[in-house]
Write a protein of this length. Structure first.
Length: 317
């Protein structure tokens, strides 16, 4: 055996060890890069913009639960209201101004109200609805809305609600119950999560919202890009608001002033490819103070009510 063989073997073993160390280093770097990318550490700022194609269709199920509680006095009041609405949307065209033209059809609407042991139900697909509810709500599922939406989510030229809104507004109580469903607000605020500038994971921005129940109060919504993946993006949202009626209502010789403070918390999950909403969850709590002043004696009566809302929207088709 040649005398240099052991030395050559040692050199070969050392080369193998060096190569293995380098391989492990490269594997470690590769694993780190993959993990970093999946966690958004190397994600570049990107634009959230609607990217739609003619003929695309989206069907959403929107549900809302509202609980109103007044525990003061000898006769506590509790009212629970549940609603569900199915909305089908289709992209009709991309316009020269860069906006998309969409059509929305309200396909099914259900409502259930429980108050003081009484229960009322309405189902647009049923034939045994209470007559007064049927007369007022049957037109909701006949609505066909057309509107433009920009890549930034700004809705404009919305038509289709005019006649129905005019009819339903004649019944103040019922109109107040379905403001979020039976008006254009559900469409106009569907895309209000889109920021004007490029963002990345962890970034925050502010957009505006409207509360129909509070005399169309405008308020700020704080968004945070919470999670990013190749399939979807999760946006967390939070908001605070306050409403004070500027002109007291007069009912039965009493001036009624309403003050409401509330908070919102939830999230929106959007498609990474077209930035359309996949789901939305919104929890809202409101503390209401109602002050009734007798116009003759000036005696005041103050009552408080808590309102809890939960709204959910989910892409089902």
């Amino acid at each position: 055996m040649p005398t240099g063989f052991p030395n050559q073997l040692i050199i070969v073993n050392e080369l193998i060890l060096v190569c293995m160390k380098n391989i492990f280093k490269y594997l470690a770097v590769l694993i780190f890069l993959i993990a970093a990318t999946s966690n958004g550490l190397y994600a570049k700022k990107t634009e959230i913009r609607l990217i739609l194609k003619k003929g695309q269709q989206f069907e959403y199920l929107v549900s809302a639960t509202q609980l109103a509680e007044n525990r003061a006095g000898d006769n506590p009041i509790e009212i629970e209201q549940k609603m569900e609405l199915t909305i089908h949307q289709i992209v009709l065209d991309k316009l020269r101004n860069g906006n998309y033209l969409l059509q929305a059809d309200y396909k099914k609407f259900t409502m259930e109200v429980n108050s003081q042991g009484q229960n009322q139900k309405y189902d647009s697909n049923a034939s045994d609805n209470p007559q007064f509810l049927n007369d007022l709500l049957k037109g909701l599922t006949k609505i066909q809305v057309k509107f433009e939406v920009s890549p930034l989510g700004v809705v404009s030229n919305l038509t289709g609600f005019e006649e129905y809104t005019k009819d339903i507004a004649l019944n103040a109580r019922l109109f107040s119950m379905i403001k979020d469903f039976g008006t254009d607000k559900i469409i106009s605020q569907m895309f209000n999560y889109i920021p004007k500038t490029k963002v990345e994971q962890g970034d925050k921005w502010i957009t505006s919202g409207i509360l129909p129940d509070l005399n169309n109060l405008k308020y700020d919504i704080n968004f945070t890009m919470a999670e990013v993946s190749p399939e979807n993006v999760k946006l967390d949202l939070q908001a605070k608001f306050k409403y004070v009626s500027d002109k007291p209502m007069v009912q039965n010789y009493r001036e009624i002033k309403v003050e409401e403070t509330g908070v919102q918390k939830g999230n929106v999950v959007i498609d990474s490819k077209n930035c359309m909403p996949l789901s939305k969850v919104l929890n809202q709590k409101i503390d209401m103070v109602i002050t009734a002043t007798d116009t003759k004696t000036k005696a005041k009566n103050v009552s408080q009510m808590k309102l809890t809302y939960k709204t959910m929207m989910k892409l089902v088709k």
